[in-house]
Design a protein. Structure first.
Length: 455
């Protein structure tokens, strides 16, 4: 099957330019100025529309297995595709936690049967399983992480255990260690001090102070210092504070960096001024912080101290978000609307569309060494998104696709719309219509195409 997209404005490799794109089966086979429609079985006139590489969301929690009442790989991958995301990297805090090779492989078997888009899963690390792994086990993995494991109880954040973390960097010097950096002791002390004043009725407005900038900075600095000492590869997940930006640099290209960082869309959008209106809806860990923190995150994103943009997509049922501050679970769904929010920032003049593509498609592929994805190039997989930059969309409960059924963005009108999403050359999403005849593929690390996840 050959599909031709004509007359679109392609955004890739730092440029916006007009060319036709011819797909055959899973790949892009030709990119030229005027490809005759006779070369295709099917063609689309995309005049005036932008063709982007599919976004790679490198930090999600799709809840499968064990927590599928919140979301599952099918439901959340569908929401992702509607939002222009064609690949995801999922964290290990499912039930059971994916901290063994067997559990990690099991998630790939689930995705093979359920995921509408491309997928990868990170193996969870903690103090107890470091010695169970060897270089051969992990060298084909995109990264190791502790993200989300703190939900299983105290003692699961590697930043709290510098000796174990140092050994991790030494044992796996070429594997990315992606960590959730908050100091648990500082947060616990902040909660106890706040309870002395408010009891159990802690205002959600205090979330940013409880899970403070200092708690993030101290943990992040500890990890970065160890990475520098050992020469390890460290990725700082979901930065939220301006203080942490002083730890990062932009003096070398991403391919040469040993220490990298990401920011989530919500931390570019919200600040503590939004708590009175949204409260529990924007309770994330790490927390939404001050407007000054948000401004400093923007500055670091634009000068390339921050390398990628993710969502930390973390659906909970609305019932799980209710209750007191300490009862309300942290996290919210974002993946369906992340790319449209960023394109809205383009309208506002805060970002260029080239920078959006760099941070959500190019750089995740470069950072995690993902084979043949993240760019619009001949020979690459045809993971493509067609966007109308001049068609508004309002987020309502009728068009939210998350299994949990709600969004912190409900009621917001954005100024760009995802029209079509191709995954491996397959038109999955087409202006509200779906073709579920094909599923996504596992993301492969460069040089490890033969890694078997179905054992």
């Amino acid at each position: 099957m050959k599909t031709l997209i004509k007359n679109s404005i392609i955004v890739s490799d730092g440029e916006a330019f007009q060319k036709d794109v011819l797909m055959e089966d899973e790949r892009i086979v030709r990119m030229e100025s005027d490809i005759a429609i006779s070369h295709a079985d099917h063609w689309i006139d995309a005049s005036g529309k932008y063709l982007l590489p599919g976004a790679i969301d490198a930090q999600v929690h799709f809840r499968d297995p064990g927590l599928t009442h919140k979301g599952d790989i099918y439901s959340e991958s569908k929401a992702a595709a509607a939002g222009g995301v064609t690949s995801f990297i999922d964290m290990p805090n499912t039930i059971p936690n994916a901290v063994t090779l067997d559990h990690w492989k099991h998630k790939y078997r689930i995705a093979k049967e359920k995921s509408l888009i491309n997928y990868a899963f990170l193996l969870g690390i903690n103090q107890s399983n470091i010695n169970d792994l060897n270089v051969e086990d992990v060298q084909g993995m995109l990264a190791l992480t502790d993200d989300g494991l703190y939900f299983s109880g105290k003692g699961n954040l590697m930043a709290q255990f510098p000796e174990a973390l140092e050994q991790l960097f030494i044992h796996f010097p070429e594997t990315i260690i992606a960590l959730h950096c908050e100091d648990e002791r500082m947060i616990e002390e902040n909660i106890e001090q706040t309870k002395l004043q408010y009891g159990e009725d802690i205002p959600f407005e205090l979330h940013g102070a409880i899970r403070s900038a200092s708690a993030c900075y101290d943990a992040s600095k500890r990890c970065i210092d160890l990475a520098k000492k050992t020469g390890g590869r460290f990725h700082l997940l979901h930065v939220t504070s301006g203080m942490e930006m002083t730890l990062l640099n932009n003096q070398i290209p991403l391919k040469q960096k040993r220490i990298t960082a990401e920011v989530c869309v919500q931390n570019l959008l919200f600040c503590d001024e939004d708590y009175p209106m949204l409260g529990r809806k924007i309770k994330w860990n790490p927390s939404i912080k001050t407007a000054q923190d948000r401004d400093q995150l923007w500055e670091a994103l634009l000068d390339d101290r921050i390398d990628i943009i993710t969502t930390d997509h973390a659906p909970h049922t609305w019932e799980e978000k209710l209750g007191t501050y300490t009862q309300s679970l942290s996290g919210a769904p974002m993946i369906q609307h992340a790319l449209p929010v960023l394109l809205d920032f383009v309208h506002q003049g805060k970002l260029t569309i080239e920078k959006v593509v760099e941070k959500m498609a190019h750089n995740p592929a470069v950072l995690y060494q993902i084979q043949d994805r993240g760019f619009i190039r001949e020979g690459y997989y045809a993971d493509l998104v067609l966007v109308d930059m001049h068609q508004k969309m309002t987020i309502t409960d009728e068009n939210i696709l998350y299994k949990c059924g709600w969004s912190p963005l409900e009621g917001r009108t954005l100024n760009a719309r995802i029209l079509q999403t191709w995954v491996n050359g397959h038109l999955l999403f087409n202006e509200g219509s779906w073709n579920f005849s094909r599923l996504g593929l596992p993301l492969q690390k460069v040089g490890f195409e033969s890694v078997a996840y179905s054992e």
